[in-house]
Design a protein around this ligand. Structure first.
Ligand SMILES: [Fe+2]
Length: 203
C-alpha cells in the first residue's frame, strides 16, 4: 500500500504532503545520531514549524526505512494502563525527544494539542486520528468542534503544528506502535480539551 505523509494544522486541516520517493532514499545506513544531527541543523536554520516539518518528514521516512532496529524498540504496555512510552532520546537542553509509543486495542486518547511541533510514524497497527479546532466562541474560548478524521496505516507519517488538536483511537485487534518525535514542549500551551464542558486544562 502507498504510504502517505500528512500535516495537521492549527485549524484542524489534515493536508496531504509530498512523500519522499522510495527509490530516492539512499541505501546506506542512516544512523540515529546522523538523523539527530540533521534535525538539529534544520531546527537551527528554520524557525517556521510548517517548513521545519516539511524537511523533517522525509528524514523520518529515511530513518525508518534504513534502521530496522528502531522498529523493534518499544516497551510492552501494562494491560491496566493500556499504553507505554520508550524514550529513545531525551537530552536536557536539546530541543527534541525521540520515543516509541504503544497503545493497546480499544484505547482512545484524550483530545489534546502538543504545545510543540510533532511527527508520528505508524510502525504497526491502525489508528483513527480525529482533528479538532476551536470555534471562537466568545463565551467559551476553549470550545472545540471536530473538523475531520483519518485512519492511518503502517508506513504513514503524520505531523502536527504546535496548536493542532487531535485525539487518537486504536482501530482493530492489533496494538499500535508509533515512532514519535516532538520539539521542546511549551507546557503552558499544551492542553487537554473537554468537549462536553467546553473547557481545557494544562497537562
Ligand atoms: Fe498527540
Amino acid at each position: 500500500m502507498e504510504s502517505c505523509d500528512w500535516l495537521v494544522t492549527d485549524d484542524g486541516q489534515c493536508i496531504s504532503c509530498d512523500s519522499i520517493d522510495k527509490a530516492k532514499i539512499p541505501l546506506d545506513y542512516y544512523r540515529l545520531y546522523r538523523f539527530l544531527t540533521d534535525l538539529e541543523d534544520i531546527l537551527k536554520d528554520i524557525k517556521d514549524d510548517g517548513k521545519r516539518l516539511e524537511k523533517i518528514r522525509p528524514l523520518v521516512r529515511r530513518l525508518l526505512t534504513s534502521s530496522y532496529w528502531l522498529q523493534g524498540e518499544y516497551r510492552e504496555p501494562d494491560p491496566d494502563k493500556g499504553w507505554s512510552v520508550l524514550m529513545l532520546y531525551d537530552e536536557p537542553g536539546f530541543m527534541l525527544t525521540v520515543q516509541t509509543v504503544v497503545w493497546l486495542p480499544g484505547m482512545v486518547s484524550p483530545i489534546h494539542n502538543h504545545g510543540t511541533w510533532g511527527v508520528v510514524a505508524l510502525i504497526s497497527g491502525e489508528e483513527k486520528n480525529t482533528f479538532w479546532r476551536r470555534t471562537n466562541d466568545p463565551e467559551f474560548p476553549d470550545r472545540i468542534e471536530a473538523v475531520g478524521d483519518r485512519i492511518l496505516s503502517p508506513g504513514d507519517i503524520i505531523s502536527f503544528t504546535p496548536d493542532a488538536i487531535h485525539s487518537v483511537e486504536v482501530i482493530g485487534e492489533e496494538p499500535t506502535i508509533t515512532f514519535n518525535i516532538y520539539g521542546e514542549t511549551e507546557y503552558e500551551q499544551r492542553f487537554e480539551f473537554d468537549v462536553v464542558n467546553h473547557t481545557a486544562k494544562l497537562f
